[in-house]
Design a protein around this ligand. Structure first.
Ligand code: AMP
Length: 549
């Protein structure tokens, strides 16, 4: 049943274009900086909707994107959902096999792809039955050598700047993003209009990431990661100026945009800010415009919070998940801590924050009991609320595991202190998060154990200063295996199927993999026994960076 336009995205843009027609949207592209206004943006979203309709996209269809952060990608953000279709942002850093699965599972028929990512997509699409019938539009005004694709500008050119936006039901799926799990294929999360609307409105409250019409907002977090943490929507709802940092921005690009465009709020994973801090050692960095840096995806180190404090910039530590559209908590200081000394405040700001209004949470221990909020008892964090998904797309087995009575079991092991601050102390899932991107240790182990010379193998995440975690493989060579060549052979085997940044930083030979009482690999014991940062320090080649295209 059409439900009117209650909690849908389109009114955010309608209002921004009416109230702030001249506010700018700025985009770093391969051609340099491009800029236009909300008013022109609004026209372009209508042109794109007309083009998509003429192409044959109907309400309920999915449209995929394979893109970095720029104005054209942003055009799909409002255009696709507001015409009743579903925007499916695809992570171009995934292994080809995952990309093939995702495109097939989501049934994408049309994919928007960046010029610089077209070779990667062409590689994933080559001879892949999952891509049969899929057509491509390449972002920009020229075609692609890698793919048979229509240029975006030719696709939208000549279409009317008026579009009859339909009245949508707020339960209509508007977006989709896949998340990588411990084993098996990535899991799809669908975002309804209402989920994105409620996430936007809650984010704008004082305990979220408040923004105003005089803000200049730059999401460095990729737009293929849960809608760049929703920032393109929140910035529009606020009527703020947008700045998109384009393909693989390096610290110099980020610093330049902050200075030149007067960025007041920006967001990204810790690796991005560590890069900027490094850059500032040898370069002048003017952060005078910047008010707030949002750091999430992995834990923000205390030293980073201090570094920004020293420069008059507030670092807000945020926690969230793909399943949560994504923001769940933000380390805003409660009024009870306003007069506390700096170290006490810092102790709380280093935690993952307090829950955003509108959500509920509880912490469940191994016996299935709720733990006290005393900062010591720990268990798995369960959450529910308007922008938390209730299920994965077509994955009943994962649904049975990860959801219970309307609650999402996050897989994060946490304590909650008496002020309500969440602190992540461990992860129940056997995955590694490197530079904000997931690596499945189980998948690497299975690939390594496929080698004849390997008896057993376990892959664990080792703390790393720049990437937060890096994979290290512990291998028990099979009897008679040639250990002089085994390492190299394993690396070659993995390199054939996985991107460079998935490859272990080190392969250590050991006599036996420690086991739990039930005979499973005990990753905890391996970590305790062998893991030390020296195993990976300095060993990650620059090109292994997850943000490298
Ligand atoms: P994703 O679905 O890729 O956004 O990953 C969500 C997961 O990333 C969470 O369940 C946490 O394990 C981790 N995560 C997100 N934000 C933080 C944070 N601020 N500190 C530590 N871990 C985080």
């Amino acid at each position: 049943m059409p439900g009117g336009t209650d909690q849908t995205l389109r009114p955010f843009l309608w209002r921004a274009a009416k109230l702030y027609p001249d506010r700018e949207i700025v985009s770093r592209t391969h051609q340099g900086i491009e800029r236009y206004t909300y008013s022109e943006y609004d026209d372009r979203t209508a042109q794109l909707a007309n083009a998509l309709e003429e192409y044959g996209i109907e309400e309920g269809d999915r449209v995929g994107t394979f893109c970095w952060n720029h104005h054209r990608h942003f055009e799909t953000y409002f255009s696709v959902p507001s015409m009743g279709a579903q925007l499916h942002t695809i992570n171009p850093l995934l292994p080809d096999e995952h990309i093939q699965y995702i495109v097939d599972n989501a049934d994408d028929q049309l994919l928007f792809v960046d010029q610089s990512l077209a070779p990667k997509l062409a590689e994933a699409a080559a001879d892949a039955p999952e891509f049969e019938g899929v057509e491509f539009v390449v972002m920009g005004d020229s075609g692609s050598d890698a793919l048979d694709a229509t240029p975006y500008e030719a696709f939208v050119e000549g279409h009317s700047t008026a579009y009859e936006w339909p009245e949508l039901d707020e339960k209509q799926p508007a977006g989709m993003c896949y998340t990588s799990g411990t084993t098996g294929n990535p899991k799809g999360v669908e975002y309804t209009q209402q989920m994105l609307w409620s996430h936007t409105v809650a984010t704008l409250t004082p305990h979220g990431i408040p923004m105003d019409d005089d803000d200049v907002v730059m999401p460095v977090v990729p737009m293929f990661h849960v809608n760049a943490w929703g920032m393109p929507f929140t910035a529009t709802a606020a009527g703020a100026k947008h700045v998109y940092p384009g393909p693989s921005p390096d610290p110099e690009d980020i610093a330049g945009l902050i200075e030149d465009e007067g960025v007041t709020i920006t967001a990204g994973v810790p690796t991005v800010w560590l890069g900027l801090m490094d850059y500032a050692e040898d370069n002048d960095l003017d952060l005078s415009a910047l008010d707030t840096v949002i750091v999430g995806g992995s834990a923000a180190p205390e030293s980073m919070i201090r570094w920004f404090d020293d420069r008059g910039v507030e670092l807000l530590h945020a926690w969230g998940m793909t399943e949560m559209s994504p923001i769940g908590s933000v380390s805003q200081l409660k009024y009870t801590l306003e007069d506390a000394d700096y170290e006490t405040q810092l102790e709380h700001r280093t935690k993952q924050g307090i829950l955003m209004p509108g959500l509920e949470m509880k912490v469940i221990d191994d016996d299935g009991k709720e733990v006290a909020w005393d900062g010591e008892d720990f268990g798995e964090l369960w959450v529910r609320g308007p922008w938390v998904t209730k299920e994965y797309f077509e994955r009943p087995e994962a649904n049975a595991e990860d959801f219970e009575e309307g609650w999402l079991k996050t897989g994060d092991i946490v304590t909650i202190d008496d002020e309500g601050y969440i602190k992540i102390v461990d992860r129940a899932k056997d995955v590694i998060k490197s530079g904000g991107e997931w690596i499945s240790s189980v998948e690497l182990e299975n690939a390594i154990m496929a080698h004849d010379g390997v008896g057993e193998a376990a892959v664990v995440g080792v703390p790393h200063e720049k990437w937060q975690e890096r994979p290290v493989a512990f291998v028990v060579p099979a009897a008679g295996a040639d250990t002089d060549t085994l390492r190299e052979e394993i690396m070659d085997l993995l390199a054939a199927d996985y991107p460079k940044w998935w490859l272990p930083d080190a392969i250590e030979y050991i006599d036996e993999i420690p086991k739990t009482a039930t005979g499973k690999f005990s990753k905890k014991d391996i970590r305790e026994e062998y893991s030390d940062q020296s195993l990976v320090e300095g060993t990650v080649p620059e090109e292994a960076a997850p943000d490298d295209d």
